[in-house]
Design a protein around this ligand. Sequence first.
Ligand SMILES: *Cc1c(COP(=O)(O)O)cnc(C)c1O
Length: 365
Amino acid sequence: MNGGERLEFEIHRNPAPVSAAERAALLANPGFGRVFTDHMVTIRYAEGKGWYDARVEARAPIQMDPATAVLHYAQEIFEGLKAYRADGGGVTLFRADANARRFRDSAQRMAMAALPEQAFLDSLKALVEIDREWVPDDPEASLYLRPFMYASEVFLGVKPSAEYLYAVIASPVGPYFKGGVAPVAVWVSDKYTRAAPGGTGAAKCGGNYATSLVAQAEAVEHGCDQALFLDAVERRYVDELSGMNVFFVFDDGSLVTPPLTGTILPGITRDSVLTLAREQGHEVREELYSFEQWRADAASGRLREVFACGTAAVLTPIGTVRSTDGEFVIADGGTGELTGRLRQTLVDIQRGRIADRHGWVRRIL
Ligand SMILES: *Cc1c(COP(=O)(O)O)cnc(C)c1O
């Protein structure tokens, strides 16, 4: 496929899908990322040929030659978004066009072929359509979609791959916080960084996650839930968590979030929160915020709330901050009022419970 023409998906139904009874049992308590639907989408790319062989087929292991480029040089990117059950049994997506755009941007940074945004969107619809019974009815649950792409050329030479495999899999997920939203503790590492200027921090690539895991292990060792990264140059300014952006809320009602300078991921939840907070009359500044200032503002009481945000957990309050210099707590360590309110507004828009004034929600089925 080149240019404007639309990819046609060849559909091969899974001959042995999970039974309705078994699916109901799985959907009752899916957790996160362990239960998968019956099908997957794949599209292939080859230099000189373009995108071809778009299929919806039974979800199955992918055979790989041991010399497949991704296994050696990690040319890989992904996305993550949720499909929601709408009134009357339909299905909606939230800002999927932004995921499509970001996927192209990530591909460009990783010197990979860029999948046309329409093909990305069509692939999501094709998978959700065939696996629509897997979209949970539970108003707190959703079907998590995971589009990804990797270098599939069999070659050990160091260069951008001439072949790619794009795929989408889907996983029903329950509420991120069972029994209500709970504040997390973050570990601020003085040892590890996530992304340097000029690096891949703004691309959603597996490599960024690989580098974050050792810091995450350090966080867990110190009794924390998540690692929070400072900038790689001065080790001074807040960047983000390994998979979530971060916001600070002050006593004058204003918010601060780190700017998109290339070292943090441009989160779609981040962007949505910026829009909603401004709409609700809050001043939001995208500016550098140092760890030192953070500690001082928490001590003085000027800082009222801190939250992390991303598709999986929506908004997560940060209650406690730990580092080698000790620990401090944000306000009373609980869930801030604005954090709770913004979270509710965003979830209500995603679920179609309140008006969507930005055209963020699209019905696909
Ligand atoms: C995916 C991701 C986020 C959150 O992005 P959303 O579009 O809001 O889900 C934040 N930081 C990193 C590093 C990410 O990979």
